[in-house]
Design a protein around this ligand. Sequence first.
Ligand code: ATP
Ligand code: MG
Length: 199
Amino acid sequence: MNDRDTRHQQAMQKLKTRVDEKVAEATEQRGLLMVFTGNGKGKTTAAWGTVTRALGYGYRVGVVQFIKGLWECGERERLAEDEHLEVAIMATGFTWDTQDRDADTRACQEVWAEAERMLTDPDVYLVVLDEITYMLKFGYLDIATVKAALANRPAEQTVIVTGRNAHRELVAMADTVTEMTEVRHAFNSGLQARRGIDY
Ligand code: ATP
Ligand code: MG
């Protein structure tokens, strides 16, 4: 081995020891609360990626979409074929389109009831609360209600919360928080959202 190879091998050995130590320290097993937030693209995509992962092992998954997009959603269409997946969608359009607080609040409460049912069902391994951060921001849902449902959920259940501007109390109670940072987004260069890529 030349010097460079030896240095590399030593560095890798050191890294391996450190990783092994960390792995040995991670002894707790329970469901997680994860928050995917920030202005960059990828929050909902990452949530669906995790849904796919869980379904791959045959776990039951519930997805609640708090903002009914005007767009379709390719992953939902594809994964809906899986009998282990249940999707609940808020029965109103984008709030910027409807501009009707009462109707939005009612629709939000209705779909939240579905979320609450999932959050009490120990057979549901993963629950995604997609874009729920806006419901808290607009005041359609209150943070105390959401926090209580999350805190009282079954111990083995993982929950993913997505949306910009996550409430600081949600961030505080989460086990994993990822902030997607926008470095650049094609939309700002006049590029249209692309079927099968953006939705
Ligand atoms: P995605 O669904 O692609 O993972 P996201 O969940 O992180 O995106 P949202 O804020 O929910 O982002 O936006 C939903 C839609 O807006 C998607 O079609 C996405 O491609 C697009 N989008 C996401 N981030 C941006 C951005 N920074 N600027 C413009 N459009 C965006
Ligand atoms: Mg999203």
